[in-house]
Ligand binder design. Structure first.
Ligand code: GAR
Length: 229
């Protein structure tokens, strides 16, 4: 993973593709934030789902975003499937990805094409409770505080460097549904916060720690890191 990334000194747009597998409430929240002018740089350019019937895909299309499905089973390998994603996204000038309920491990093809530029949201305070049913895992463990995490994606499952986290108290009468609903409210805010910050503020990795650096004067490029084209 790149040691340091420096946002361009200008406010040039960062074109983002969204990958999803299901409901799409995080996609809808990101698009709401974009419409409200939250992002100085991030612009959503397309949505793609591995599940053709994903409601999130219809939501993207309703919002006017180019939306398409790509079933991995139609390809001989993960490399071939991800190569087609890259081909479609390259046509749209996409340089960053947001995973919004995309329930697949990201393979080496996407990781190589978007180095340190793939974000994911997960409904737990990572590294606790990766994988499926994170909220039920939190209840089963008996934690008093749950939450959500926005992180960079690496080759593991919910393991990349952490960009932002938000906490949610666990109530004695919580079920998976009630806890998930309260966490989801935080997800919809946190994802926009994380995307905004990582595309607008310089940062670097110190080991696993993602450190945000002071914002430099826009007329004088920082000596640190690489400009994002
Ligand atoms: C969200 O809770 C998201 O955090 C989770 O799937 C849900 C998708 O909801 N993602 C993961 O568990 C990834 N490991 P949405 O389709 O309504 O955004």
């Amino acid at each position: 993973m790149t040691n340091a990334v420096q946002p361009d000194a200008t406010s040039s747009p960062v074109r983002v593709g969204i990958l999803l597998s299901g409901r799409g409430s995080n996609l809808e929240a990101l698009l709401r934030h974009a419409r409200a002018g939250t992002f100085a740089r991030a612009q959503f350019a397309a949505a793609l789902s591995d599940i053709p019937t994903a409601p999130g895909l219809a939501a993207a299309a309703r919002a006017g975003l180019p939306a398409s499905a790509l079933e991995p089973s139609a390809f001989p390998s993960r490399v071939a499937y991800e190569t087609e994603i890259v081909r479609r996204f390259d046509e749209l000038g996409i340089e960053w990805l947001c995973l919004a309920g995309y329930m697949r491990i990201v393979g080496k093809t996407l990781l190589a094409r978007y180095p340190s530029r793939i974000l994911n949201i997960h409904p737990s305070l990572l590294p606790a409770f990766p994988g499926l049913h994170a909220q039920q895992q939190a209840l089963d463990h008996g934690v008093r505080v749950a939450g959500c995490t926005v992180h960079l994606v690496d080759s593991g499952m919910d393991t990349g460097p952490i960009i932002a986290q938000a906490t949610v108290p666990v109530l004695d009468n919580d079920t998976e549904e009630t806890l998930s609903a309260r966490i989801l409210v935080q997800e919809h805010k946190l994802y926009a916060d994380g995307l905004k910050r990582i595309t607008e503020q310089p940062w670097e990795l110190q080991g696993r720690r993602l450190i945000f650096l002071p914002t430099t004067n826009s007329s004088s490029p920082s000596p640190k890191g690489n400009p994002i084209p």
